[in-house]
Design a protein around this ligand. Sequence first.
Ligand code: HEM
Length: 229
Amino acid sequence: MLNLMEDESTDINLGRDSIKAIIMDTFGAGTESISVTMNWVMAELIRNPQVMKKLQEQIRSIAGSRSLIQEEDLTEMEYLKAVIKEALRLHPPGPLLVPRELIQDTTIKGYHIPCGALVQVNVWAIGRDPKIWDNPDDFRPERFLGSQVDYKGQDFELIPFGAGRRVCPGIGFAMPIVELAIANLLFKFDLSIEDSGKEEEMNMEEVFGLTMSKKTRLYAVATPHYAHA
Ligand code: HEM
């Protein structure tokens, strides 16, 4: 960006203030969103031990005798991607995306929405809509296996990153990070809670803020998986 600022041959007009704003924006949008997503994925895996086991079997069979999962291994990890999609469906870190303001009068399904109105998209409700999803409150990654539905903004039933012009520009950066971290964590450790056997009673309440995080802390116990640790 500094090079661009100094480059007089382009007509991109980038000042120091813009550079600072872009960096702030990227840090702000790219840190908590990832940690919140990872926290929800871990909580759902602990609450659904059969899903965790199936995921670990896949990860461990793909990794074989290697000591670390690498980015190139991720393409094969179909179940891992389904697990993360399912966590983002139930717990979108940005449940109402970013507010929009209408720039012209619009009518949608008979509802008149005047120019200047603030519009929020309830991604949380879309992700749990029984008209779209079977047993929407269940954590069932299998629903995404063999399905074309993706979170890149083309399938409006799953838009945890938004859609259209203001879609999250960090998807391609965020997802490999989340996938790689979860894959390596589960490759090396079994996750559980201290109160083993009480997984179903785990508190999965959400708290609404800039991002939608878990209301209570997740105290996860990570036990090394000695075959690989
Ligand atoms: C799992 C992780 C993430 C999720 C769920 C997520 C989700 C979102 C959502 C919902 C929006 C608003 C989109 C809209 O209103 O249509 C957004 C915007 C944005 N995201 Fe992400 N994001 C994630 C990670 C990241 C990362 C890692 C970066 C950067 C490195 C990033 C950078 C941004 C920026 C800069 C915007 C604002 C774009 C604009 O001003 O139009 N995000 N993100």
